[in-house]
Design a protein around this ligand. Structure first.
Ligand code: CA
Length: 579
């Protein structure tokens, strides 16, 4: 049965590809549509605007000269009382925008008029445990199906034309703290997902399912000692049991793969980041705690780990290693870059995971003095690890001030890479935290931290900084300072522009080479989502979600005071040039 379906898919794919050679064809999204997404400008069928995640469009009608004429074309409200954080990137296909909203909703919107075609509203389980607002980061599309994951850890495939459910699969037990918020990834006919819930002692995984049937093909737990599966049978163990974890701690070891992944066709590798090891109290788990707080390269055919690079061994500050790995080629090398929660910007050889360079992109980093380029390991400052509570009164270990704060030098908001300027555009935040450890034990469905914290801004003037980073040197070429923490993603274009949003509600455009601010528009609520651009009927469009929320207002401590008066929202804005 499965073989028949796969053969049908391939046949459809070739037909659509031939038809697509002359004019746009919408017989369903093909493998080739997905692999070509970074180059095709009339549709957006991947999260990241290309599976490598560069978020670069060659479009240039909107450019440094014309951007001042950018005006709204339409706006769409997600309505009702569900006005919460909107972190999703839209998908654009066959005249329709697919965008996920708060509380696990998916909307299909006519891209010419902003008229709603259908809405799917997931009925969420009572007692689900999302950590950081009721957000979702976007849908995936393949064939005639559109997919997204829910806060109660289900993966749903819908008919793209009607919004009718085709299948639903369970990604994890929401009662144990599993949830789902990332945009799924489609690679070689499979739908690839991670899991959220690292603060509840879940075990991070990357799963691949047949995208047509939803049947599990392989599963790869990312914490050592756990067994992977392939075609319904045990495959290989992840790492070597107890090599870097003491006792039974690996059984609830965290490493949530909550931000999803990217795929590089040139090396045929999936790149997924893994969250912090659980619990936060690192005195309970002496060792490197592989493969938490790491980047993993995974074989998309069988789920085997090809290489790993651990950004924060024996992580202790909630520096999840989940940030997007963006593939790019420069100076004849196949590279990948990633900006970590821990404040360092890393360049890796993406064929083997070897560290090429690591440079700080925020100030006053306290936990490490630098990264040893020979070993690839951080040079820890032992005085800046929170103290062991077992050594004091047994209740609270020595408190430290740690930089960056646990929400990271960079968090969920994706950066962008321009092959025109050879620069990365990184949304960063300057903040620190008081941090201390406490005793804790694992209990299913309960927060598993063993730590307390209060976040503080580093500067009076601002928290957010959008930075243009030269990956050859790590040097900051320009930066834009924003009063509130930046939490939206970045888009860069052939028009020499960089777009990003602010919690104050603005979508802004900057000169990609100089950082000069050229345009802004207030969307009415905070922008914490990545903008996109595409071409339709000879005109270039830009779209972004607007809806203040996410982790900062919930967990921001003293920083949350900066943003307490920002208005909630839940809408999409679409812009084009006025004539
Ligand atoms: Ca975490």
């Amino acid at each position: 049965m499965k073989r028949t379906l796969a053969a049908t898919t391939i046949a459809l794919g070739v037909g659509a590809l031939l038809a697509g050679a002359s004019t746009a064809s919408y017989a369903g999204v093909t493998e080739q549509d997905i692999l070509n997404d970074a180059k095709t400008t009339h549709q957006i069928v991947t999260n990241g605007m290309g599976t490598q995640g560069q978020r670069y469009s060659p479009l240039k009608k909107i450019n440094t000269d014309t951007v001042s004429k950018l005006v709204p074309a339409w706006s769409f409200s997600m309505g009702g009382e569900k006005q919460r954080g909107l972190e999703a990137q839209p998908i654009i296909y066959d005249g329709v925008m697919y965008i996920t909203g708060s509380y696990s909703r998916l909307f299909a919107i006519d891209i010419k008029t902003g008229h709603e075609i259908w809405e799917y509203n997931a009925r969420l389980a009572e007692g689900m445990m999302p950590c950081c607002d009721v957000i979702n980061r976007g849908a995936a599309i393949y064939g005639d199906m559109v997919y997204f994951g829910t806060l109660d850890a289900k993966l749903i495939a819908l008919d793209r034309k009607t919004g009718k459910v085709i299948w639903k699969k369970k990604l994890g037990d929401y009662k144990a703290g599993y949830s789902y918020s990332a945009a799924p990834l489609i690679v070689k006919g499979k739908i690839i997902t991670g899991v959220s819930g690292g603060e509840f002692g879940i075990v991070g995984r990357v799963d691949a399912r047949d995208a047509i049937t939803g049947d599990l093909v392989w599963s790869r737990p990312v914490i050592e000692g756990h067994m992977g599966t392939l075609n319904g049978k045990p495959s290989t163990m992840t790492g070597v049991k107890n090599a870097t974890w003491p006792g039974d701690m690996w059984k609830s070891g965290g490493g949530a793969t909550w931000l999803g992944g990217t795929y590089d066709q040139e090396t045929d590798l999936l790149f997924f980041g893994t969250g912090n090891p659980a619990p936060w109290n690192s005195h309970l788990r002496k060792g490197d705690n592989l493969y938490a707080a790491s980047r993993l390269a995974i074989n998309p055919d069988n789920g085997e780990i090809v290489w790993h690079y651990q950004t924060t061994p024996r992580e202790s500050w909630d520096y999840d290693g989940v940030n997007e790995v963006i593939s790019y080629n420069l100076d004849g090398k196949k590279l990948a870059a990633t900006a970590d929660r821990n404040g360092f910007f890393y360049v890796l050889d993406r064929t083997n995971g070897k560290l090429q360079n690591a440079t700080p992109f925020v100030d006053k980093i306290s936990w490490a003095k630098g990264i040893d380029l020979k070993t690839g390991r951080p040079i820890f400052d032992p005085a800046n690890r929170p103290g062991d509570p077992a050594k004091g009164d047994g209740k609270k270990g020595t408190q430290i001030f740690a930089v960056p704060a646990f929400l990271g030098g960079k968090n969920q908001m994706p950066m962008a890479y321009s092959p025109d300027t050879s620069l990365f555009y990184v949304p960063a935040n300057q903040w620190g935290m008081d941090l201390w450890n406490e005793p804790t034990t694992y209990k299913k469905g309960a927060a598993y931290l063993g730590a307390g914290f209060t976040m503080k801004p580093l500067y009076d003037t601002h928290v957010g900084e959008l930075k243009a980073i030269d990956p050859r040197t790590g040097k900051i070429v320009w930066q834009y300072n924003n009063k509130a923490p930046l939490w939206g993603g970045v888009l860069t274009t052939g028009g020499n522009l960089v777009f990003t949003g602010t919690p104050e509600g603005y979508l802004k455009a900057f000169d990609a080479k100089t950082g000069k601010e050229l345009w802004k528009f207030n969307t009415g609520s905070g922008v914490v989502a990545p903008p996109v651009t595409w071409e339709m009927d000879g005109e270039q469009y830009v779209a972004v979600g607007s809806g203040w929320g996410g982790a900062v207002p919930l967990w921001g401590g003293e920083v949350a005071k900066l943003v307490k008066n920002f208005n909630q929202g839940g809408s999409v804005w679409v812009f084009k040039l006025s004539h």
